[in-house]
Design a protein around this ligand. Structure first.
Ligand code: PLP
Length: 393
């Protein structure tokens, strides 16, 4: 079956990148090798010169890793994928390709925390300036653009406020300014959102979350849209060296086979949990793209084929209530990360963002009562019962 003939993500999730192998094993083997032998000096020389296809050394390419790259590429509808050692390695490699000394970057302010740190503490040392803006506000994005703006980096829905950016509109504006648009599609996966359809130039993922789905691998992926982009990206990943090993690639590729099923269940469960939270007396507000109360609900309906599994909500009683709830959950795991089959909960003000201090948290819209839930694929009633007992405790 030719991958480009298949349109549905459900089928692609099962079949893309699996390919054939010598023994017709239904599941292709793990090429747990650092290097590949040449038949002859001449063959080795031809491989290095790029005159014939084949493998040289696993930092440069490995069949198991390539299977995973083909899978995510087919799902995103891109030209090629580059598996990275983490989501951060994918973002770093991408920005290292697209930006250089003297360039300017516009970045969503509701972005994964370490992405912000990468820009602030690493890229700044290489003469790259950044403006953080609310990318759901197109006027703000337009105001932030400068003549030397080369990249607009968008995370949508953003972290942890789940604010949504209109990708088609932001691409139109960025392209008119000669800038490229990079989207972190971790929260949605290609099953729920395909950024290339809206004009985006590069997609990055943390494979660690929904794509792998089983909380047992750290990994990342870059997907480029056009053939012309690919060689520079591959060279940069090879130079920076943040590649994904074969065993991790195998595990993520296995996880992706159930991606469409899992995402469907994450969405259904999260919808039920969000509706429960909206009715709960201890809850001040709920932010979930599937609720009519979400400020960009209409864009979500157009741009995403499901609301995803992430919910943020505010506890009326603030910091202390959040701390109490975290210590009272039984089924939901008290952990950072997200997108696994198991439900996880976290309270930024007392955990991940405690060090920021109350003023900086307020500026980043992280209120003291904000709780983030990654809704898993357990029975929704069990998740609801756990949250309910934890809030009434
Ligand atoms: C986790 C995450 C990342 C970083 O991925 P790692 O695999 O932890 O390096 C980037 N973006 C988003 C939205 C994430 O949730």
């Amino acid at each position: 079956m030719k991958e480009h003939d298949i349109a549905s993500t459900d089928t692609l999730a099962v079949h893309a990148g699996v390919g054939s192998n010598e023994h017709l094993a239904v599941v292709p083997p793990i090429y747990q090798t650092s290097t590949f032998a040449f038949d002859s000096v001449e063959q080795g020389a031809a491989l290095f010169a790029g005159e014939r296809p084949g493998y040289i050394y696993s930092r440069m390419g490995n069949p198991t890793v390539e299977g995973l790259e083909k899978s995510v590429t087919a799902l995103e509808g891109g030209y090629a994928g580059l598996a990275c050692g983490s989501g951060m390695a994918a973002t770093h490699t991408t920005l290292a390709v697209l930006l250089q000394n003297g360039d300017h970057l516009v970045c969503s302010d509701a972005v994964y925390g370490p992405t912000c740190t990468l820009v602030d503490t690493v890229l700044s040392r290489f003469g790259i300036e950044c403006t953080m803006v609310d990318t759901s506000d197109l006027d703000a994005v337009k105001l932030a653009m400068r003549p030397n703006t080369k990249v607009v980096f968008v995370e949508t829905p953003g972290n942890p406020t789940l604010v949504i950016c209109d990708l088609e509109a932001v691409c139109r504006m960025a392209h008119a300014h000669g800038a490229q648009v990079v989207v972190d599609n971790t929260f949605m996966t290609p099953v729920l959102q395909q950024p290339f359809r809206w004009g985006v130039d590069v997609v990055v993922h943390s494979l660690t979350k929904f794509l792998n789905g089983h909380a047992d691998v750290v990994g990342g992926m870059i997907v480029v849209k056009e053939e012309s982009q690919y060689p520079t990206f591959r060279k940069m990943l090879n130079h920076l060296g943040g590649v994904l090993p074969p065993l991790e690639s195998f595990l993520v590729h296995r996880g992706i086979k159930t991606l469409a099923l899992r995402m469907q269940r994450h969405c259904e469960n999260a919808m039920k949990v969000a509706e429960f939270l909206e009715r709960h007396p201890a809850v001040e507000w709920v932010r979930f793209p599937g609720l009519k109360s979400h400020p960009q609900h209409e864009i979500a309906q157009r741009q995403m084929s499901g609301p995803g599994g992430m919910i943020s909500f505010g506890l009326k009683a603030g910091l202390e209530a959040g701390r109490k709830m975290m210590n009272a959950v039984k089924l939901c795991g008290l952990a950072v990360s997200l997108g696994g089959v198991e439900s996880l909960i976290q309270h930024p003000a007392s955990m991940t963002h405690a060090g920021m201090g109350p003023d900086a948290r307020k500026r980043a819209n992280i209120t003291d009562g904000l709780v983030r839930v990654s809704v898993g694929i357990e029975n929704a009633d069990d998740i609801i019962a756990d949250l309910d007992q934890a809030m009434s405790g």
